[in-house]
Design a protein around this ligand. Structure first.
Ligand code: B12
Ligand code: SF4
Length: 402
């Protein structure tokens, strides 16, 4: 049936394909899907204008966080002139519906998927993953890719994050299902003990399925390393510490935690963390031998001052992370901090989480925030994240959105 076999698809990524290649690939397409964050929307609009000149009949479909954060009416008002269909939330069923149902609504708001095991694994050949593997090997000298252990939104409501924009629940995969995909990464894509898999989930909520996965990973000799985001407060209970031990044995070598703030403003993040819980999580994970990354966001509240920024220094020193990153707040559509009336004119195309020209606080200008960001990165240069390292090891430009 149309749209159900890989041979009926072509995949392009602006990271690797020129505009000419992309346009040529669209010439004879019936449906053209775009996966977008808000930061890519304007570029997609420009591309659509060019596509329409060579293929007037193709139906254009958008999905991803660039469309998730708006009501159906608003998304049609904003982009309905250019785009035929919008998928909000998980795309698996919505995509099939558009292909098979000529009466499909223009905006499909899909609900959380509760039974992931019934879907096939992602087709990494189709998205030409070899190009990403090569790029990361060239940049970082490591065979690196990503997969998901859980799926869906997030139960928390951090001011700066759109992950909960569409769904506030998580979708689960069984341990067998996760392991099946890991075996493919090992056997087909050569992920071995020196390789690293980034769990691309927003945050992993560690539970029995994750622990079972860890045990099975050891039993099945899947020995690549992996890293994951966790919310600090969810890993400090004694049963969770036992789970973390099992994860460490299964190759989990890195734990990433959003600290976001100095201790005095942490209650304004919307994340269920406190300075004490953060300290405890960093201590526990240090004792277990994980490489720990701490992420901070400057200017996420108007109350941020020079002093609260500087308060991060002793706090970082106390937490003693192995890696530390400092980004600057930008209100993204779908996040609790975004208000379309106020933020609809932000030029997302010229922004990223490292730099923007919009954010300021009651006492700090936008350039002050950028000054202090650089100050902190310099102060902790030995621990800076790969992307923020300014030495010769960093082959990525800071602010590069790719
Ligand atoms: C992993 C991740 C990254 C990784 C990607 C790694 C990789 N190898 O894939 C990296 C670090 C590169 C990254 C970068 C950035 N990210 Co990011 N990222 C995520 C994260 C945590 C998971 C995304 C993911 O892979 N999900 C799993 C997939 C399967 O789900 P999905 O993308 O939602 O896709 C489903 C549906 O949306 C839909 N769908 C999606 N596209 C399409 C297309 C069609 C045609 C259809 C039918 C359906 C469909 O179907 C899919 C399957 O169900 C999300 C948060 C989250 N919880 O999702 C943030 C998130 C997407 N990122 C975000 C941001 C801001 C960024 C950056 C701008 C940060 C920066 N550096 O400045 C960059 C820019 C990326 C870009 N090019 O625009 C925001 C986007 C907010 C917004 N309103 O746009 C999010 C939501 C987090 C947040 N802060 O709120 N990111
Ligand atoms: S930052 Fe993490 S905990 Fe907060 S809403 Fe986003 S995914 Fe959830």
């Amino acid at each position: 049936m149309f749209g159900f076999v890989p041979e009926q698809y072509k995949f392009f990524s602006q990271e690797f394909d020129s505009e000419d290649e992309i346009l040529k690939g669209c010439e004879d397409a019936d449906y053209i899907g775009f996966s977008l964050t808000s930061f890519q929307v304007n570029e997609a609009l420009r591309l659509i204008v060019k596509i329409k000149k060579i293929n007037r009949n193709a139906k254009i479909i958008w999905g991803g966080y660039g469309v998730n954060g708006f009501s159906s009416e608003k998304i049609i008002e904003l982009y309905g002139k250019y785009v035929d269909y919008f998928i909000q939330g998980p795309g698996e069923d919505g995509w099939v519906r558009i292909l098979t149902d000529s009466n499909s609504p223009r905006v499909i708001r899909s609900q959380i998927i509760t039974d992931f095991d019934k879907y096939p694994y992602p087709d990494r050949d189709l998205i030409r993953i070899d190009r990403n593997l090569k790029k990361l090997m060239d940049l970082e000298g490591v065979r690196k890719t990503s997969m998901e252990m859980q799926r869906g939104g997030c139960p928390f409501k951090c001011k700066f994050c759109a992950a909960g924009s569409f769904q506030n629940k998580r979708g689960w995969r069984s341990a067998d299902n996760i392991i099946g995909e890991m075996e493919i990464l090992r056997d087909k894509y050569g992920m071995d003990k020196d390789s690293m898999v980034l769990m691309s989930d927003a945050e992993i909520l560690i539970d029995e399925q994750i622990v079972k996965m860890a045990e099975m990973k050891v039993e099945r000799n899947i020995d690549f390393k992996f890293g994951m985001n966790v919310v600090a407060s969810t890993i400090i209970q004694s049963n969770k510490i036992k789970y973390l031990e099992k994860l460490a044995k299964a190759g989990c070598s890195e734990i990433w935690m959003g600290v976001e703030s100095d201790p005095t403003l942490m209650h304004l993040t919307g994340k269920p963390i406190s300075p004490e819980k953060i300290k405890s999580a960093f201590k526990i994970t240090k004792d277990l031998g994980f490489i720990r990354k701490a992420y901070f966001i400057l200017g996420f509240t108007e109350e941020e001052t020079e002093q609260t920024i500087l308060n991060r220094i002793p706090f970082v020193e106390e937490l003693d992370p192995d890696i530390v990153g400092f980004t600057i707040y930008i209100p993204v559509p779908g996040s609790p901090g975004y208000n379309h009336e106020k933020h609809g004119n932000i030029d997302f195309e010229k922004s990223c989480e490292y730099q923007n020209l919009f954010t300021r606080t009651k006492t700090l200008s936008n350039s002050d925030l950028r000054y202090w960001q650089k100050y902190l990165v310099d102060y902790f240069k030995e621990k800076a994240t790969y992307r923020q390292k300014e030495d010769t090891s960093n082959k990525l430009k800071i602010g590069n959105k790719k």
